[in-house]
Design a binder for this molecule. Sequence first.
Ligand code: 5AD
Ligand code: SF4
Length: 441
Amino acid sequence: MRPTPPPRTYRVKSFGCQMNVYDGERMAELLAAEGITPAPEGEEADLVVLNTCHIREKAAEKVYSDIGRITKDWRREDGTSPLIAVAGCVAQAEGEEIMARAPAVSMVVGPQAYHRLPAMIAEAVEGRRTVDTDMPAETKFDALPARRKVGPSAFLTVQEGCDKFCTYCVVPYTRGAEKSRTFNDLIAEAEKLVEAGAREITLLGQNVNAWRDADGRGLERLIERLALVPGLARIRYTTSHPNDMTEGLIEAHRDVPQLMPFLHLPVQAGNDRVLKAMNRSHTAASYLAVLDKVRAARPDIALSGDFIVGFPGETDAEFEDTLKLVEAVGYAQCFSFKYSARPGTPAATMDGQVPVEVMDERLQRLQAALNASQLAFNAASVGKRCTVLVERKGKYPGQWLGKSPWLQSVHFTGDAGIGDLVEVELVEAGANSLAGRIIIN
Ligand code: 5AD
Ligand code: SF4
């Protein structure tokens, strides 16, 4: 690679989960602290960071088509292209392979090393390509600049990594072992987020409910303390594992008014043999028992989950158990995926890989059931009064969009502004959103 002038503008493109959105924001702040500014909309940037996702094959392949497009579309008259950095989980999993396959990439940086981006940019400017997929003992968070301006709903990573080793999943390899950030750091960052405009904070982690304080106390301790931060109206957390749903956390749903009545608790499948082969270490019945307890603590809680269809060896009858579980729970919303074999995971080499046509058919049936469940949940909300946290303007004059406590998208018309908590009555329900009417006291 030949030397290039130091980049003056950047663009960060994040794919995949909310943690990548958070990491993308932190990388943007890091670049801004180096004096690099965001490229205006529609203009090319001197530096592009692709913050990638490795969870399924389609997501992982996207990075290569993106690199191709950037180098093709943005070739300048002098023959140079923007500097490209590949970050995120594909970077972690395929570091050297990316370098070999994509000569246009000058930096590959893993999710635990991105605080080193400025040094890598300096190398790239000199014409050297670098790969940094270390998982250093020191935390990147200490090396990142403070939060500045955020929207009304902000993310805060509290925990990273996973020790559960579900047999289909790359996360334990790309994000490493479970690691909790310290209580004090998190309170400090949350206070900064609120000063910067956040009214709602979503605590993030691959296994967020595995978060532990140094003294061993769990996520409820953090939630209880965050509830004391003036100006912070709403707290959420995602993603949780059924086995880490402790009594204390369940009680927080009863006792902490700022903790929103919403729980994303992936189950993946409804059949115990499949769950065992997935190494989920819970059964369908133990999962349902957790939900019963949560509902006892917070009767109006909205439930959400993740599902995989076509795990190796899944029979038609076993898939039917997933549909039965969906029926039993009455989810408010869900994510569902076709199984995707990921290199290096135990499931990738299991017998009984399911043909794609079978997976397609199962996914269609599952999604039909989940959509019906979501619509039923929304329909049952009509007539309820609630607050809506306004996140943006709607399509029509005077219209606003925001979220209900149950994470439904709500639109309404009237006097409001971004970041307001507006009292509405929910008056009409669709599958994906509800209409609200402002309550004038
Ligand atoms: N194939 C399909 N879906 C997967 N997920 C994780 N790994 C895979 C895979 N190999 C899904 C799970 C998880 C969500 C984040 O992605 O449902 O909860
Ligand atoms: Fe992946 Fe399972 Fe860990 Fe979730 S709990 S990140 S699905 S290994």
